[in-house]
Design a protein. Structure first.
Length: 422
């Protein structure tokens, strides 16, 4: 079964046009040397006949706003599908829900919310706890702060005090919940590292994840958080060494180690890995980490199997250019998502940054990964995965369209059976 939800079709090769028009917007919208032509102005502008200039269009608000960037896809307590992401035309972080009668948009933070003037939510993370409360954390670009809100029976409750004060946080963040806890992890700027906040009652307590004991690094380039029975686990990227780092907290004590990117015996550099990573926990509490191997153009998966660390190749590798015959390193895994099925097999959604396409890969009992075609055209970015109660799997991504500007719709695909072979 395939579900198309809030989907706008896009052009197969339109990502080049999108990149060019976005760059033009950043440099300016006026045409000082020659008069513009209708249809040839940057996205978000129109050709004004009287002046011959590309002038900014009035920012309208469509019935369903377009989204840009990583979004969190989830199943709401009432069974509706929802997505949380940044809507550029609203300057806001929004919750979109798809109901039986109509689609709904709820503003969480940003322009026009609670008297705010600055846009907010350019990066965000969200999750539902076992009581059905929706927790959301977001980064605000204007002051580099991390903020928090929760949606319960009384609507949105926004914390007045940021989790991370202005000027202290990078845009990488993650959120995870269990029956009793809400944890938020983010990139701390000074000193560089990963900082976490844990809500105890109505009070937030913060702490730093320790550096790896072998060699301090510049952690926080990518942050992914998952909950284990004894505490949170964090996968992150050391941009100084180009290494994937995993930390786990149990009963208040951290264990931190490098998973890949460095020879464990000699300490020699073995490649730039982990610049994007995604962490998930299985039903038995085992962790899996999907991550990018930028050196070799691959997507890898690390998991603990019977006490032994395994590194599996999900996809990618050198590709041959059909015109020149030369091999090149593809942009595999520029965005990632991973879930663990009840059968303990992993499913990875990964973005091909070269072709701007999203791919699915399912782990087989042999340890190999098989690819699944999502059979959708257009520009696809920022994938996410959601396992539904009936054990079906939904893959979602932002479906970009050149004519809609930097934001577009959300497309979804359903059809991976979690029992038996896919």
């Amino acid at each position: 079964m395939r579900i198309l939800w809030l989907m706008w079709t896009s052009l197969r090769h339109g990502y080049v046009l999108t990149a060019l028009t976005a760059a033009t917007l950043a440099l300016g919208t006026g045409c000082s040397q020659a008069k513009c032509e209708p249809g040839l102005c940057p996205i978000g502008t129109t050709c004004e006949a009287s002046s011959g200039l590309c002038t900014a269009q009035a920012q309208g608000t469509t019935a369903t706003p377009g989204l840009l960037g990583h979004s969190t896809f989830l199943r709401m307590p009432d069974g509706q599908l929802g997505v949380i992401g940044f809507a550029p035309d609203r300057g806001s972080l929004v919750l979109l829900t798809h109901g039986i009668e109509a689609d709904q948009t709820s503003l969480i933070a940003g322009t026009g919310v609670g008297g705010e003037q600055a846009a907010a939510g350019q990066a965000s993370a969200a999750g539902l706890d076992s009581h059905g409360t929706l927790h959301v954390a977001w980064w605000r670009a204007s002051d580099s702060s991390i903020n928090y809100a929760a949606l319960g029976s009384k609507g949105w409750q926004r914390d007045a005090t940021p989790l991370a004060a202005a000027g202290t946080a990078g845009r990488d963040l993650s959120l995870a919940t269990d029956a009793q806890n809400v944890w938020v992890a983010w990139q701390n700027l000074d000193p560089p590292g990963v900082r976490l906040a844990h809500r105890v009652g109505s009070v937030w307590q913060t702490e730093d994840m320790p550096q790896p004991p072998d060699l301090p690094g510049n952690l926080g380039g990518s942050v992914s958080l998952a909950m284990l029975p004894l505490g949170p686990a964090v996968a992150t990227y050391d941009s100084a060494g180009g290494d994937l780092v995993l930390g786990a907290r149990a009963n208040g004590t951290w264990t931190v180690a490098r998973l890949d990117g460095r020879d464990p015996s000699t300490g020699a550099d073995t490649g730039d890995v982990g610049s994007t990573c995604a962490l998930a926990a299985g039903l038995a509490g085992d962790l899996v980490v999907a991550y990018r191997d930028r050196t070799r153009g691959r997507v890898l998966l690390a998991r603990n199997h019977a006490g032994v660390l395994q590194r599996l190749v999900v996809a990618g590798g050198l590709v041959q250019d059909p015109e020149t015959g030369l091999k090149r390193v593809p942009l595999s895994g520029t965005a990632l998502a991973v879930v663990v099925l009840p059968s303990d097999r992993a499913v990875v959604a990964w973005q091909d940054g070269s072709a701007m396409q999203v791919h699915l890969a399912v782990e087989q009992p042999s340890g190999d990964f098989s690819s699944i075609s999502i059979a959708q055209d257009g520009i696809q970015a920022w994938p996410s995965l959601l396992l539904l109660p009936d054990h079906s799997l939904v893959a979602a991504w932002i479906a970009l369209h050149p004519e809609r500007g930097p934001g577009a719709g959300v497309a979804t695909w359903t059809g991976v059976a979690t029992t038996g072979a896919p």
